[in-house]
Write a protein that binds this ligand. Structure first.
Ligand SMILES: [Zn+2]
Length: 363
């Protein structure tokens, strides 16, 4: 009779390794399945809302979605795809057919967030208005509100309100604002070609007027009603029980909440007509009494060492031009703020600085 013998340690080690190996293989199986099923859950779970073109969750933008839900509730699409593109003019757009936003690659982080929110707001506006937001005659309401939402999301809405109301007030002074004009959105400057800086803010000023004088609920009702009537006059009557003329004049009356001061130069270096200017100066500048629009329009002769290409906004009130080389000695420099027949420097609210010559002589 054979005596039972305790198996050798080698066999124990062998079996242990075998089990461990099997277990490891099994662990990989489970993990693999887990990863797969999590992915599936993400796809179907309304807890996450922004995705890239491959269907990956973009968690970092989910806070935008929470803001949209607060504003639009059920009119917010449950899933939005963000597609990044190299667009020619840096423009972004939206596609309601597949609830995607097509975002330019050339945006800084704040601008990127604001733009994703802006384009997402269009998708919500589309659902709210049954697609009426993309009709040319209602684009001023749509773009105006998308701008408001974009600024709400990046916490610059208070500043934007002031800016939009100021810009619209200046357009009113210039007799460039009416419901007829803004409904012809492309010729008003809201279209992609020949876009004017004031078009979107003027659209916002109309939305702000409705929200402030009536209520946000009325604004949403109105936008929704446009989706049924497809007619501004009828929806105004339906929702506000007023004629389109009355609403238009109320809107124009509302454009007086911002103090507008014409832009003026209050300081400059070198002073206009100054003689004996040091040719070694590294920068020249002008300071304005009011915040200015970030566009730059100056006349220079680059071959003489001062070039418009080196102009930049040092602050909202100070426009400077860097000088990379030593200036020509004993030379009369002739520059202009604004450029004849081309463009003008404008204030934050869009008031033009009259064309102004800037001359000085080096020693
Ligand atoms: Zn837009």
């Amino acid at each position: 009779m054979k005596k039972w013998k305790f198996p050798s340690l080698n066999i124990f080690i062998f079996v242990f390794i075998l089990l461990l190996t099997l277990n490891l293989v099994c662990l990989v199986c489970v993990n693999g399945n887990e990863i797969f099923s999590y992915n599936k859950r993400y796809q179907n779970n309304t807890q996450f809302h922004y995705y890239d073109k491959n269907g990956n969750v973009l968690l970092q933008y989910d806070f935008i979605f929470k803001r949209l839900i607060e504003e639009y509730g059920d009119y917010t699409p449950s899933k939005i795809t963000i597609l990044k593109v190299n667009s020619t003019f840096g423009e972004s757009r939206f596609n309601p057919q597949d609830a995607s936003v097509i975002i330019s690659n050339h945006l800084s982080s704040t601008d990127l967030t604001r733009t994703i929110a802006h384009e997402s707001a269009h998708l919500c506006n589309y659902n709210l208005s049954n697609g009426a937001n993309i009709l040319t005659q209602f684009r001023f309401i749509d773009e105006g509100y998308a701008n408001i939402i974009g600024n709400l999301v990046v916490d610059s809405e208070k500043e934007y309100y002031k800016s939009a109301m100021g810009i619209a007030t200046v357009q009113k002074r210039n007799n460039n604002i009416s419901l007829d004009k803004v409904q012809a959105w492309n010729s008003y400057g809201g279209g992609l070609e020949n876009r004017k800086f004031y078009a979107y803010p003027v659209g916002s000023s109309f939305d702000y007027f409705i929200i402030n004088k009536y209520s946000k609920e009325k604004f949403y009702l109105f936008f929704k009603d446009l989706g049924v009537s497809k007619n501004l006059e009828i929806s105004i009557q339906n929702v506000f029980s007023k004629s389109i003329k009355i609403i238009e004049s109320e809107w124009l009356e509302s454009l007086n909440v911002v103090d507008i001061f014409a832009p003026k130069v209050i300081e400059m270096f070198p002073l206009n007509n100054l003689l004996n200017v040091d040719p070694n100066i590294k920068e020249i500048f002008v300071k304005f009494n009011v915040d200015m629009n970030s566009s730059i329009c100056v006349g220079t002769n680059c071959e003489e060492g001062i070039c418009y290409k080196n102009a930049y906004w040092k602050s909202k009130k100070i426009l400077a031009i860097r000088i990379d080389s030593i200036l020509l000695p004993n030379h009369s420099y002739k520059l202009s703020l604004g450029y004849k027949d081309k463009c003008r420097l404008i204030s934050n609210y869009g008031e033009e600085l009259p064309l102004m010559n800037w001359e000085f002589q080096t020693k």
